[in-house]
Design a protein around this ligand. Sequence first.
Ligand code: BGP
Length: 484
Amino acid sequence: MKNTTQLRFPQGFLWGGATAANQLEGGYNEEGKGLSTADMLTAGTHTTSRRITPVLEEGVNYPSHEAIDFFHRYQEDIRLFAEMGFKVFRMSIAWTRIFPNGDDVQPNEQGLQFYDRVFAELKKYNIEPLVTISHYEAPIHLTQKYNGWSDRRVVDFYVRYCEVLFNRYKDVVKYWLTFNEINILTLPFGAFMAGAIMPEGNEELAHATVKDEQILYQALHHQFIASAKAVKLGHEINKDFKIGCMIAYMCSYPLTCRPDDILLAQQKDNLSNFLCSDVQVRGAYPGFAKRYFRDHNIQIEMQDDDERILKEGCVDFYTFSYYSSTCVSADPNQEKVGGNLSMGLKNPYLQASAWEWQIDPEGLRWSLNNIYNRYEIPLMVVENGLGAVDTVEEDGSINDDYRIDYLKQHIEQMKEAIADGVDLIGYTPWGCIDLVSAGTGEMKKRYGFIYVDKDNEGNGTLARSRKKSFHWYKKVIETNGEQL
Ligand code: BGP
């Protein structure tokens, strides 16, 4: 049947790009900033080869401390975002700039002033900030003293941090996300990266899965409570705030039509994706989560008013990252792909990136429909993109057609999803400017429209230049997605 539907983006669609403080800012010890969990990681070719160091060792820890030096170059970078026509810029605030130890009583005024400057700069170009309050980092002191989110006291520290941010920036920031990819805390590597929980007796990030699911789900519960309290508080401080959840959406297909595979794919969707968003969007644990806890002997310690807190702290919109899809099978002998944090099975119909992330634009349309059918609240794709090695030609140009291709195909599928009836309000591709990889801590895995001259060893001038995709994306925004 011929497709006669007009495919277009709504007026006012929020085009932009996404980043995170620890992968971007540098200035790790400037103006009163404390050390964060992210500062204590080494780089590795894969997430599995990274280590957590007990103290910061110059030259051992990846120079993510320097990152791409947004801390000093934010004006130039924001000018480039404005040149592309960004309507929104997703960034995170480094908790350690505001509360260097996490449990300090008074916030660090210099840290707050840095973000005053960043927001003022964005305002100059009418770029709306979208702020992730906690993106894969927490003060390392909270790990050392409380073992991170495993301790309920961290909820209060986080809420105090939110209160300071909400009050300070209530007139300049409207869109907030409480936790980046909250659903990865219980996955491999997530305990330290997202939960600030130290793996017992082992410094390898690969082993940072705290074996005890009891600890992981309890920590996750603390984040749910923290998020819900932040949502409620944010709305009290400014009723116009839009506060969202952020999920690493893991799109998993059944490998075959065998009923066991179908069921497994649904269970994975439920546990890996919907558990967190059901709590954050609907305000209560779903039945399948309670069953999982029962079957695995996990007892979530709840305080008397926790159910009420969750109910009163439902988010206003749903955001997610989408990079790839994988398959699941009830047959244990199927071939795994290395790729994404989720790890899954190879799909014979898909190509993969150099980091083995399977490329699946239609999976984005499927995911958008799947999520929207469940919640019927506004959605935003706040991460998407292709991590690749870029080559700088002799004349300085970077012809990243592969990136344009990837993004174009995903944008086409977003258009389809909008035509399907999905209320999609914005799109911020990941790493709009090259930055440090969260998975590997390296620089060579690049996502940007803007190239940053810095290599894996930390050499380079840090100069910025426009890739071919920069000009392409500018046109996309200018035509509201008509011209791809
Ligand atoms: C997401 C994280 C980001 C980001 C992205 C790409 O999971 O929220 O911080 O880095 O993945 O991953 P990577 O940097 O490992 O390529």
